[in-house]
Design a protein around this ligand. Sequence first.
Ligand code: IPM
Ligand code: MG
Length: 374
Amino acid sequence: MAKYKIAWMPGDGVGNEVMAATRIVLDAMQFDAEYVPADIGWKFWCEEGNPLPDRTIDILKQTDCALFGAITSKPRDEANDELAPELKDKGLVYFSPIVKLRQLFNLHTNLRPCKAFPGNPLNYRDDVDLVVFRENTEGMYGGVEWFPLPEKVYDAMCDNPKMVKWKDKGLDNVALSTRIMSKQGCESICRQAFEYAKTHKRASVTLVEKPNVLRETGGLMTRVFRDVAKEYPGIEPWEANIDAICMWMIKNPQDYAVLVAENMFGDIVSDLCAGLVGGLGFASAANIGDEYAVFEPTHGSAPKYDGQNIVNPMAMLLTAKLMFDWLGEDDMASRLENAVAKVINDGTVATYDVKGRGNGNSTTEVAQEVARNL
Ligand code: IPM
Ligand code: MG
């Protein structure tokens, strides 16, 4: 029997290609795993009205963790249009399967390292080495939303006098998305950011929030951050507003080490940080809970490149490295990261996005080159 059981979820679009590329490398490493394929994504929404079938959830429950390629998410109306004719008018509502997985398995922490590998011509600066801790189940992406706004929700919200003005617009014209955050959620993500800084000897942790405007949610997060920071005297606690950090990240990204943020701000700032180290082709990510984890690169399914085998597999390979970290397979993790670093630094084999390097190599060729350098 294999040492690990890994749920294998290519998902949509280029997810299939980067996962196939990753398999080349995992096999070359002789990683002792059984891969269990699991259905997820747009195809299953269109054909079955469910992008995350129950059989997939069962598979996840029987595995150690999951590797996940990418997902296509579309707004409500487009999703309805693409549903199989016999499923239309059944009141089915599209949901993002990755957001659902995060909720279902309580994958509360989204870890997103952004490191400038030496020799990558796409580095904004060569001394960027950041990790984003994104709260993954609460906040703006918690999914508590309405359109149109039900009367009873409106009435309850009139407890706050600022709500009254929306009645004039007609509740049929009003959409509401909430930002609900708990003290426990804030504390967990802040603590993990500080713990990471401590074990990885990082000098600072920066909270990304907006407490001057989002007074209650941002205020709670800020108070909790300050309390947790007191337990880590060696680590500097910095605070930045989401708008300001977008500027500081362009001006002085080398000054930052660990960022911590609520769900939406973490989503935004992690794409920004990815842009500093070569873009989404280099941005790995891990959705981590207490018992389970789903490893999925930051990038999406990139429909425009689907089927061409040209996208950069490095993000997915570095995501597999995060899986090794989480499994405690430290040797595997460093072997894989070193091979990726070597191929980036050599620059002879690279996908089209790495301008000036390689020869517009395919996704597969880059993976083979990494395998050769293990
Ligand atoms: C990400 C993505 C997802 C998110 C989308 C596809 C739901 O942008 O993982 O960063 O917002 O979390
Ligand atoms: Mg995102």
